[in-house]
Design a protein around this ligand. Structure first.
Ligand SMILES: CC(C)(COP(=O)(O)OP(=O)(O)OC[C@H]1O[C@@H](n2cnc3c(N)ncnc32)[C@H](O)[C@@H]1OP(=O)(O)O)[C@@H](O)C(=O)NCCC(=O)NCCS
Length: 202
């Protein structure tokens, strides 16, 4: 475990041995950070938020509880994962809200997905496996596996393979220019799945 002297890991946080945490980062009690994950500078990980193994969290990302991040996820600089869809500091009658006066909702990010710099994921929302969210996007709806999302609000502008590079259409299939993997759309172009070359002869 490499914890920079200027980082704060609260008692009750679970941080695996092989994790790297850079300066100014704060990991709150109850948070879980799994093996080989790296947290950059000035990252915030809320109480009970969970980050899987082999993730890369860039500088200044804010991960509010109860975020759930699976293995191998990339979180770009200044990404925000929110936890309150209708936030208020005070009650309708003007009284201050306490911790029990609201119900946190979380962002779930599935294995291998990437969230580009400065993107905001507005909970509750789920980002599918190997999806990519473009820099500066605001995600308000669930995202399909392998979807390339961009804009405010984010809309699907393409598909991405496991390499993170945009898939190219070829015949009726979608091909990754890096790995050569082939995908086919299903469910009326709302989802895509990788084709096993052994079953297609590709
Ligand atoms: C979304 C992204 C993956 C697209 O890259 P690409 O596959 O090379 O595609 P292009 O740059 O050709 O862009 C494709 C289209 O998306 C648009 N686009 C690209 N990035 C966009 C963004 N961040 N927001 C909105 N639209 C975007 C382009 O304008 C283009 O639109 P057009 O077809 O109407 O001309 C890339 O721009 C991106 O945002 N990557 C994330 C970078 C990042 O945050 N890295 C973090 C480490 S610092």
């Amino acid at each position: 475990m490499t914890i920079h002297a200027g980082a704060t890991i609260d008692p009750g946080a679970t941080v695996a041995e092989s994790v790297t945490v850079w300066q100014g980062t704060h990991v709150r009690s109850g948070a879980v950070i799994a093996a080989n994950t790296s947290l950059g500078q000035y990252v915030y990980v809320g109480p009970g938020a969970r980050i899987g193994a082999g993730c890369k969290v860039q500088n200044g990302a804010y991960i509010y509880e109860p975020a759930e991040i699976e293995d191998g996820v990339f979180i770009g600089p200044r990404v925000v994962l929110t936890n309150d869809r209708h936030p208020r500091a005070i009650m309708p009658d003007g009284r201050q809200k306490g911790p029990d006066d609201w119900e946190p909702v979380g962002v779930t990010i599935r294995r291998g997905a990437s969230i580009g710099a400065g993107a905001i994921c507005v909970a509750p929302v789920e980002i599918g496996r190997w999806a990519t969210v473009a820099a500066g996007s605001v995600v308000v709806d669930d995202v399909a596996d392998h979807a390339l999302m961009a804009g405010v609000p984010a809309r699907r502008i393409g598909w991405v393979g496991r390499s993170g590079v945009t898939l190219r259409r070829s015949g009726g299939l979608w091909i990754c220019p890096v790995t050569g993997e082939a995908y086919e759309e299903s469910a009326g172009e709302s989802s895509i799945r990788r084709i096993d070359p052994t079953t297609t002869g590709l």
